[in-house]
Design a protein around this ligand. Structure first.
Ligand code: C2O
Length: 535
């Protein structure tokens, strides 16, 4: 194992896209930020120095941070922010994980521009469980706003204002040549006929679930969220914000130039579809003057494709990479995912729009939850988050005006060390046109079941896949449906769980789990680093 060191200087830089220049927050002046490369077993040390006028914190999305929540990064959950002019060193081990993950700012909406890939190679001498690719490329999706994203965030906090649509999708920070002034902001890869390539795809977009396809070429999915999958071939990939997907692509078509493209998936037709980003997949020796062909992407509201695609994703479950699904559950949780309205004298229309789990909208504390837990500071959070909704109702059939009442509070669930947890996330609002990509920090979980309509505790568990369900860190809760996940709570600390649509996180669609220390010698939260930012 090696020590990999990185320096992240948070700097504001003028960047122009689509004929608009604006100052954006960057890492080392780069947009997107640098890729972190490590091997399974390495120790990674990243010093973050904040030269920007915004507070900062960085999350290493999907890294488990065993006993070491101090390195996880969500502001006011595991640390207080790194103030302007200050530094903090994220120091962690990459244990038992290999594949593509990513990192991003975890405060305000700054992840709009502060993000990058995190590539973990297998241990030396351990090959991939699929044919060795000739070359690898990172493909990171994002969104570009002409507006200041912090202004967009404020706007989104109040209902009744127009939707906070970005102006373009991007591939590695570039929208591609279908947008004005974007010829030089076009990502391209060069391939050789007969060779196989690994694309490490990350969806770093703030609010859009995305389709991705390459004209004329199929892809074989081999990994999601740094977990190997049973390989399957597809014409298009579907990827929610927070998720990662590795695919193999064979350069086996007529040598030419082909477009790769990404656009939004929603369960309703999009009012406008003018955000499609493109990049170029170019065979060696083909001149740049050849006009590329556009891929056939699924329709933006192709829910049938989405259901079928997600159903194909299964853990590899080999002797070397078994899926150790908890078969017995110690703790059953059932959380509704919905929207509500609370009175708000200062807001447009006199009401404030909120999103909630079990009708509780999460309020961020002033002191990081993990700090409050570790130092036993009282009054920062409550551990009485209900295991199920206070009143059962027809979650997907009730009138849309039902169950809008929403409590607010910094309330989290407390879980015994090493207990096995099943959490059913039940969407309640048919108005939603997006699946909610839920992300749990500190863990991977197994996605044991999913369905449309109301979860049926009498019959649905019998249909669970407890053999080779996919293990991941971010999973969509379908519109008007539910998803059941299981995990073993073997990582003590305080771990955030939230919808990875930034708009919804801002409305309160989040909570955390306090996983208690175990009694054993290596089963408690590690002491905090000396440079942990003060609150
Ligand atoms: Cu990728 Cu809490 O986030």
């Amino acid at each position: 194992a090696a020590i990999k060191k990185y320096q992240f200087d948070i700097q504001v830089k003028n960047v122009s896209r689509l004929c608009h220049a604006k100052p954006i927050v960057t890492v080392n002046g780069r947009y997107p930020g640098p890729t972190i490369y490590a091997r399974e077993g390495d120790r990674v040390i990243i010093n973050v120095t904040n030269h920007a006028q915004y507070n900062m914190s960085i999350h290493w999305h999907g890294l488990k941070q065993y006993r070491n929540g101090w390195a996880d990064g969500p502001a006011y959950v595991t640390q207080c922010p790194i103030q302007t002019g200050s530094s903090y060193t994220y120091d962690f081990n990459v244990t038992g994980q290999r594949g593509t993950l990513w990192w991003h700012a975890h405060i305000l909406w700054l992840r709009a521009t502060v993000y990058g890939a995190f590539v973990i190679m297998p241990e030396p001498g351990t090959p991939f469980p699929f044919p060795k690719p000739h070359q690898e490329f990172e493909i990171v999706f994002g969104e570009w706003w002409h507006a200041d994203v912090e202004e967009v965030e404020k706007q989104g906090a109040i209902m009744g204002l127009p939707p906070n649509m970005s102006d373009a999708h991007t591939i590695n920070g570039k929208p591609g040549p279908l947008f004005p002034c974007s010829e030089k902001h076009t990502f391209a890869i060069e391939v050789e006929l007969g060779k196989t390539y690994l694309l490490r795809i990350v969806n770093a977009a703030l609010n859009d679930e995305l389709f991705f396809a390459i004209a004329g070429h199929s892809m074989t999915v081999v990994e999601v969220d740094a977990v190997y999958t049973k390989p399957f071939t597809t014409q298009a990939v579907l990827i929610a914000p927070g998720q990662t997907t590795n695919v193999l692509v064979q350069a086996n078509q007529v040598p030419s130039r082909y477009f790769m493209a990404t656009r939004t998936f929603m369960d309703a037709p999009l009012a406008i579809d003018s955000k499609t980003a493109t990049a170029i997949f170019q065979y060696k020796g083909v001149p740049n003057t050849v006009l590329p062909a556009l891929p056939q992407l699924p329709a933006s509201n192709d829910t049938a494709f989405a259901l079928s695609y997600n159903g194909k994703i299964k853990s590899l479950n080999s002797a070397q990479y078994p899926a150790n699904v908890p078969l017995k559950v110690d703790r059953n949780l059932f959380y509704t995912v919905g929207f509500g309205k609370n009175p708000c004298p200062t807001c447009v229309n006199g009401t404030k729009f909120l999103a909630s789990l079990n009708n509780i909208s999460f309020v961020m504390p002033q002191i990081a939850l993990l700090q409050a837990h570790y130092f036993n500071t009282k009054g920062v959070f409550r551990t009485d988050f209900p295991d199920k909704p206070l009143t059962a109702f027809n979650y997907t059939g009730a009138p849309l005006t039902a169950n809008l009442g929403t409590a607010t509070g910094t309330r989290i669930g407390k879980i015994a060390f090493n207990s096995t947890v099943e959490l059913v996330l039940q969407d309640t609002n048919l108005l939603t046109v997006e699946s909610h990509p839920f992300h749990l920090h500190g863990y991977n979980f197994f996605v044991v079941g999913t369905g449309i309509g109301n979860f049926d505790p009498a019959n649905d568990p019998a249909k669970y896949n407890l053999v080779d369900p996919i293990e991941r860190n971010t999973i969509g809760v379908p519109t008007g449906g539910w998803t059941a996940i299981r995990f073993r709570a073997d990582n003590p600390g305080v771990w955030f769980m939230h919808c990875h649509l930034e708009l919804h996180t801002g409305w309160g669609l989040k909570t955390a789990f306090l996983v208690e220390d175990g009694a054993g010698p290596d089963q408690s939260v590690l002491p905090p680093p000396k440079d942990l930012p003060p609150c």
